[in-house]
Design a protein around this ligand. Structure first.
Ligand SMILES: CC(C)(COP(=O)(O)OP(=O)(O)OC[C@H]1O[C@@H](n2cnc3c(N)ncnc32)[C@H](O)[C@@H]1OP(=O)(O)O)[C@@H](O)C(=O)NCCC(=O)NCCS
Length: 204
């Protein structure tokens, strides 16, 4: 889905793995925004995408066909009782921060997750991260708890804030577990991508 200023949101494809890693790598190397310390290889990014896409949406946003950001959901905990939960990831190229692209990506992601039947969306944010906390608050996430010193990276113990948004996609009694993303009807996904892309019309 493309808009007037050549911004678009689409499902990630294996060929995007290199661009996704190029965006992610500086956050791994230079920050504790992700608690991953070991740089993934491009084939590992591709493999992770393949596994995620069996169940969850994995989206990229592009400007003039170049991938400038990505967002996906992933398993929260392994228990069957937690199958209505999803943990979120979102990363943008710093040259494209502050233009509403994260909002557009999340708008599409959440609409798809809701259509699938997910109920609880978790953001797990290494502190401080003003931009991420603001992004999640703008969607109505509430702060649950800070887990102090859960990871050691860049010479420091890192604190992590858990935030939750309940979207009540499905009644577990009547709907059962969420529908895998790839089993949604194409038009449900296309509508979500189109509506979110439209949010960026007129934004440079
Ligand atoms: C967090 C991140 C995804 C936000 O992306 P973005 O495209 O710049 O965000 P948007 O422009 O869509 O803004 C979304 C909301 O957050 C707010 N926001 C964004 N950056 C902000 C900042 N630096 N300080 C305060 N608020 C900020 C915006 O004002 C907007 O809120 P509003 O709608 O109430 O005005 C981006 O900064 C990023 O990639 N950061 C590095 C990776 C990261 O932290 N990922 C999250 C890990 S938990």
């Amino acid at each position: 889905m493309t808009n007037g200023n050549s911004f678009s949101i689409r499902m990630a494809q294996p060929k995007d793995a290199r661009a996704i890693l190029d965006i992610y790598a500086p956050y791994v190397r230079d920050t504790a925004i992700t608690l991953t310390s070991k740089m993934p290889r491009v084939d590992e990014v591709r493999k992770k995408m393949h596994i995620v896409k069996k169940t969850f949406p994995y989206l990229v946003c592009t400007v003039e066909n170049k991938v400038v950001g990505f967002a996906y959901a992933d398993k929260d905990r392994p228990h069957e009782a937690c199958c209505w939960n999803a943990e979120l990831s979102i990363y943008l190229d710093p040259n494209f921060h502050g233009r509403g692209m994260a909002k557009a990506l999340y708008t599409a992601l959440f609409q798809i997750l809701k259509a699938q039947g997910f109920c609880n969306l978790y953001a797990v944010i290494t502190l401080p991260n003003e931009a991420s906390v603001a992004l999640h608050k703008s969607f109505g996430f509430k702060e649950l708890a800070v887990h102090e010193g859960v990871g050691y990276k860049l010479g420091e113990w890192q604190d992590v804030l858990w935030m939750l948004l309940r979207i009540d996609g499905a009644n577990p009694e009547t709907h059962g577990p969420p529908t895998p993303c790839k089993k949604l009807r194409d038009n449900e996904v296309d509508t979500a991508l189109m509506m979110a892309t439209a949010l960026m019309v007129g934004v440079q």
